[in-house]
Design a protein around this ligand. Structure first.
Ligand code: BGC
Length: 402
């Protein structure tokens, strides 16, 4: 019966969508609001850029480094034998320092780059984009807490560190959020009325292009006009209809009060929700979203009530993502009436996960998104979800070379 706690009606999903939209509007007007709505001062070029970039991708669990070559035809080539990935959960260890992080990052780059080139750095944490292309860390999420880095630029110190090792001289660095990297990667599919970058992995967040004149908080400081990529930091949204179990998960986390949407949706927390639902039960540690989806696909060894609750938590996560997307699309449709097609570039292991005995996560998102858009009067809007290999790396290369 506990699974009933996580049920959301169509009406509630619509309310969540509208609440998200209102909070995005507030965040576009003022700094320091629930949704940070961070404009990124990098305008991606879709053609006329060519060359090589070193791309670094610091996610919530893994770190990747590779060299990407963009051709004049817009094609991206990931040098196949020189991309590396490693688990970097060690950075969540209390007391972990910036220097240790830089060292871990440099180790992976050692063998893949043999000539000067710019760096595209996909940094998956809230960071305020600077006009020079760097970004200052606002706060950590997803269990990381390297205190001395908060408030500081994240790109230039890393590039200086790499250059000080005297191997290759990197020529510049552009820092973008992973949602913005996905957004840029989506541009390789031209012809859509609107584009969205979405991540549902260890953490969650969305980005889209917003007309500069609709971003009230930069009026007077940014006068170039046009469309700006905005990282909404939607993981910090406090949606209506969270449950006492969500409060408990928040209470137990290292950043209580922050990232409430993320704590109801993303891979790092779904297992925590199940544990908080059955405080008397013993689950394997760590019990993450991968274990939770494993439980759905191979339920025989678990109690039925745990499996039912796990399936309800998984479904609610997809519904919340769908509602937040519907709220964002409703906003984009207000800004640009007549939108009919949306290209959604989605990354993240949870987003592309599946329950072998039920619906796939991304199929549930599409279904509830369509229903909520219809309830908001947008049944004509068609959303295509694109899954691109290496979207973050390609988007970061586009940023570095634009
Ligand atoms: C971060 C975002 C990031 C998202 C997905 C969140 O915890 O705040 O910046 O885009 O995770 O990686």
């Amino acid at each position: 019966m506990k699974e009933k706690l996580f049920e959301l009606t169509a009406e509630q999903l619509k309310e969540i969508a509208v609440a998200l939209q209102e909070k995005v509007n507030i965040g576009l007007e003022k700094d320091g609001e629930e949704l940070a709505c961070i404009p990124t001062y990098i305008c991606p070029k879709t053609d006329g850029i060519a060359g090589k970039a070193l791309v670094l991708d610091l996610g919530g669990t893994n770190y990747r480094a590779a060299v990407i070559e963009l051709g004049k035809d817009g094609k991206a080539d990931l040098h196949p034998d020189n991309g590396w990935k490693k688990d970097l959960c060690i950075m969540k260890t209390p007391g972990f320092t910036q220097e240790q992080l830089f060292k871990e990052q440099a180790d992976l780059i050692d063998e893949i780059c043999d000539e000067p080139m710019p760096i595209g750095y996909c940094f998956s944490y809230p960071a305020a984009s600077q006009p020079d292309g760097d970004a200052k860390l606002i706060r950590w999420t997803k269990g990381v807490d390297i205190k001395e880095m908060v408030g500081q630029p994240v790109g230039t110190p890393l590039m200086n560190y790499l250059n000080s090792l005297n191997r290759i001289h990197y020529t510049g660095v552009k820092v973008i959020n992973d949602t913005v990297a996905s957004l840029f990667a989506g541009l390789t599919h031209p012809g859509y009325d609107a584009y969205i970058g979405l991540i549902v992995g260890t953490g969650t967040n969305m980005a889209a292009f917003i007309p500069a004149e609709k971003i009230g908080k930069i009026a007077g400081t940014y006068t170039a006009g046009g469309l700006l990529p905005v990282n909404f930091e939607s993981g910090n949204f406090v949606p209506p209809y969270l449950t006492p179990v969500d409060d408990e998960v928040d209470h137990r986390s290292i950043n209580a009060g922050n990232q409430r949407f993320e704590k109801a949706v993303s891979g790092m927390y779904l297992g925590e929700i199940l544990k908080a639902t059955f405080p008397e039960a013993k689950f394997e540690e760590p019990f993450d979203a991968r274990k939770l989806t494993g439980m759905l696909s191979y339920p025989d060894v678990y109690k039925t009530e745990y499996v039912d609750a796990a399936r309800a938590i998984y479904k609610r996560s997809a519904q919340l993502v769908a509602a937040s997307l519907a709220g964002l699309i409703n906003l984009l449709a207000t800004q640009k009436p007549g939108i009919k097609t949306v290209c959604l570039t989605a990354e993240g292991s949870l987003f592309w996960s599946e329950d072998k005995n039920g619906k796939k996560y991304h199929e549930m998102v599409l279904e509830y998104l369509h229903n909520t858009l219809t309830d908001l009067g947008h049944s004509q809007i068609k959303v295509d979800i694109t899954q691109m290999d290496n979207a973050n790396l390609i988007g970061s290369a586009i940023a570095a070379l634009s």
